[in-house]
Design a protein around this ligand. Structure first.
Ligand SMILES: Nc1ncnc2c1ncn2[C@@H]1O[C@H](COP(=O)(O)OP(=O)(O)O)[C@@H](O)[C@H]1O
Ligand SMILES: [Mg+2]
Length: 407
């Protein structure tokens, strides 16, 4: 054993114990001068890492051996005065590290599986929460499709579904209301149409079944039949007028109109009707007012209201029509000293077919549609009709139309 070997090997052995690995030292031609395992002493070592180290480069590598498992190689050049004089190769078992890494890998794998399962479970539960309100909506929509507007969506969560349920329920309530109004309207129309038809049938049948020679009786019955036919016509005309108003919501024929002239025309037209009942029909034009209206339609509304005033005022009474402006409003006031309207009737007089006294109204040829039509026309002009009335004293109707109507 050379001196170098004698000197180098114990150091290699000592160092090997310190790091708990193998230490091999070679000289510059690759001959092993120290091997902590004494296995390669004197042999030429041609490991790639050793060759690198002899070329002045430090390099590392890992290998897997059947008998040792994973091993880390580190080869370091030994440099003296800038010259490579040899190299040292350290090899350490890294099985423990691999074991730990594998253990961590396995743990990570299980943690991932658990996480995936947890996420799946949570999303399942939450999707259940999200679907539940939708199912309720679907249920209600299905029953609506079958014509049931009584159902409501109940959502107890505190999110957008709750707001949506509120809006949805408001919509069903509105639909329910519209549906009720429609049914009521159809029922009312049928009833109103049936009444004159029954009268006509009754009158004509009684004529048919009696042997009456007196032509005057025939004439009287025929006059009643003609009056009932007129009534039928009136109802149908007014119904058509209502339907037209619904259709025309968006295209009224607006023109700048002098309301003064319009009122003069209307009052002149209604004078004979008033005179028949000895009612004084007076017109007070305080200002000249020019506004944008559909003149035919507005005329229809005003006529309805003045006709009512004449109709529901006793003989010898008085109807005053005045025109004035108040802020942005053009006001047409129709004041009578007639029979008046009871307080509980005031909220209903604009309803279709509503009449305070059906019997009286039948005699006067009323259909109960006039105010409803007038109201709708004025509403289309972005205005409204207000009423004040005292039973036995008289009534005042204020037709209010804005003078800055927005088209
Ligand atoms: N000036 C008024 N004075 C008293 N009652 C009125 C007056 N205007 C309307 N009414 C009441 O309001 C009801 C509804 O009016 P309207 O819709 O024009 O129907 P009608 O065809 O019976 O005139 C009338 O039947 C009447 O009872
Ligand atoms: Mg009327």
């Amino acid at each position: 054993m050379s001196e170098a070997k004698m000197y180098v090997n114990p150091i290699a052995e000592k160092y090997s114990k310190d790091i708990n690995g193998r230490v091999i030292v070679v000289d510059k031609s690759g001959i092993v001068k120290g091997d902590s395992n004494k296995e390669f002493l004197g042999e030429t070592f041609r490991h790639k890492e050793i060759q690198n180290a002899l070329n002045g480069q430090t390099s590392t590598n890992t290998f897997k051996f059947k008998e040792y498992g994973h091993v880390l190689y580190v080869a370091v050049p030994a440099i003296v005065q800038n010259r490579v004089v040899g190299a040292t190769l350290l090899s350490i078992s890294i099985n423990d590290i691999y074991k730990d890494v594998n253990h961590i890998k396995l743990n990570l794998f299980f943690i991932s599986i658990v996480c995936i399962l947890l996420i799946a479970l949570i999303s399942f539960i939450f999707s259940g929460f999200a679907i539940m309100p939708l199912e309720r909506f679907t249920k209600v929509i299905n029953s609506m499709a079958k014509g049931d507007f009584k159902q409501r969506v109940e959502v107890n969560t505190n999110d957008e579904f709750k707001n949506m349920a509120y809006a949805f329920n408001a919509m069903i309530m509105k639909l329910d209301q519209v549906d009720k109004q429609r049914k009521e309207f159809v029922a009312n129309v049928s009833h109103e149409l049936r009444t004159p038809i029954s009268s006509i049938k009754l009158l004509s049948e009684s004529l048919l079944h009696q042997d009456e020679d007196d032509i005057n009786i025939y004439k009287e019955f025929m006059m009643d039949i003609a009056a009932e036919s007129d009534r039928l016509n009136n109802i149908i005309d007014e119904l058509l007028s209502l339907v037209d108003l619904d259709k025309e919501k968006l295209h009224l024929n607006y023109k700048i109109t002098y309301i003064n002239f319009l009122l003069e025309k209307i009052v002149n037209r209604l004078k004979p009707l008033a005179e028949k009942k000895d009612i004084k029909l007076k017109l007070y034009l305080n200002e000249k007012i020019q506004i944008k209206v559909d003149s035919d339609k507005i005329q229809q509304a005003i006529i309805n209201i003045i006709e009512n005033a004449i109709k529901y005022t006793q003989e010898g009474g008085e109807v005053k029509v005045s025109l004035y402006s108040q802020g942005k409003w053009c006001i047409i006031e129709v004041r009578d000293n007639g029979i008046g309207i009871p307080e509980n009737g005031l909220t209903h007089i604009f309803d279709r077919f509503y009449r305070i006294d059906k019997a009286r109204s039948r005699k006067t040829g009323g259909t109960g549609l006039g105010l409803s039509i007038a109201n709708q026309i004025v509403a289309l002009h972005q205005g409204n009709i207000e009423v004040e009335s005292k039973i036995g004293k008289g009534s005042v109707f204020y037709i209010k139309i804005p003078n800055d109507i927005k088209l």
